[in-house]
Design a protein around this ligand. Structure first.
Ligand code: NDP
Length: 293
């Protein structure tokens, strides 16, 4: 069994991004990512500060805007408009979820598609589905890169995705069955209404678990030698302590899988690295500067 080391692959991507930052800076462009937070949720605050630290690590400019979580929704839309209009901002990420009085879909539509480094604007979702992605969403793109790093070519293989969310399940399914490198798999998408889930996952050469259910994928649900990608991040209590586990029962499945991603240290670091990747891509396209991504 091979452990797919997301930390190592993400470090390689960050190093490539840092080189692109240098190229852009030499051309007079200082790539910049703006994060916007309208929440006092500690987890969201942590995610945003990690993304800002990542920017610093690759030499990219990070800008952060806090919007009071009880401010009128208009304040968030106005903030996004200002960032859209600022030529020195290349990527915009609004940390989700936003408060209930804010319309998430309107937020996603408000971001200039050329700066939408999360890839959630309907135009960018449409382009992804059409096989002409501008920005691949970070988690699915990270999964594709992990498969490539593990020398797993999805072409012709059976892939089973557990989960159909807009941010993980649907886009990774699209990438896996889509034409081109890292795609061409025969792909099944399972969800909470799927009957006999194990019959589907057992057929798979590649299982992507993105259900948000702690350790639901067990050894009897995967075939010998399968590649298992665990997207889940679930906080659970174990022996009186809070700990992170994935959607895959790692200890159980590791003995049977051909390759598996651990949690933490698998998909998580890749999601953050691909955000940096999308931001330098955005900067290069907005300023027409060639970079070697
Ligand atoms: P959502 O809750 O939006 O979606 C979960 C999906 O799983 C839904 O489609 C749901 O089905 C399906 N599902 C739930 N229970 C079952 C079940 N018992 N059997 C089969 N399918 C089931 O979650 P996300 O996609 O946002 O996230 C999934 C997990 O990945 C979470 O643990 C999240 O924390 C993690 N995550 C990790 C990231 C990373 O960087 N590593 C990034 C993003 C998310 P239905 O549609 O029918 O409700």
């Amino acid at each position: 069994m091979t452990d797919i080391d997301g930390n190592a692959v993400a470090a390689e991507i960050r190093s490539g991004v840092a080189d692109c930052v240098d190229t852009l800076t030499d051309a007079g462009v200082e790539p910049a990512l703006a994060t916007v937070l309208m929440s006092d949720d500690p987890a969201s605050e942590t995610y945003v500060s990690m993304k800002q630290n990542d920017c610093e690590e690759v030499g990219m400019r990070g800008i952060h805007v806090d919007v009071d979580d009880d401010a009128p929704a208009e304040e968030l839309y106005d903030t996004i408009d200002e960032l859209n209009d600022d030529p020195e901002v290349h990527g915009i990420l609004v940390q989700l979820p936003v408060p209930d009085h804010v319309d998430t879909q309107r937020v996603l539509r408000a971001i200039d598609p050329a700066k939408d480094v999360d890839g959630f604007h309907p135009e960018n979702v449409g382009r992804l589905v059409g096989g002409n992605a501008r920005f691949k969403p970070c988690t699915p793109h990270g999964i594709q890169r992990l498969l490539a790093a593990a020398d797993v070519d999805p072409e012709g293989k059976e892939a089973v995705v557990v989960g159909r969310s807009d941010i993980v399940g649907k886009p990774i399914a699209n990438l896996l069955f889509g034409r081109g490198e890292g795609g061409n798999a025969t792909t099944t998408v399972c969800h909470s209404r799927t009957e006999n889930l194990a019959e589907h996952t057992r057929r798979a050469d590649i299982v992507v678990a993105a259900a948000g259910v702690p350790e639901m994928i067990t050894a009897d649900m995967v075939s010998e030698g399968a590649t298992v990608i665990d997207v889940g991040i679930n906080r659970v209590e174990r022996d009186g302590e809070s700990t992170l586990v994935g959607d895959v029962d790692y200890d159980d499945v590791a003995g049977k899988a051909g390759a598996i991603t651990p949690v933490p240290g698998g998909v998580g670091p890749m999601t953050r690295a691909m955000l940096l990747y999308n931001t330098v891509k955005a900067a290069s396209e907005q300023h027409d500067v060639d970079i070697d991504l």
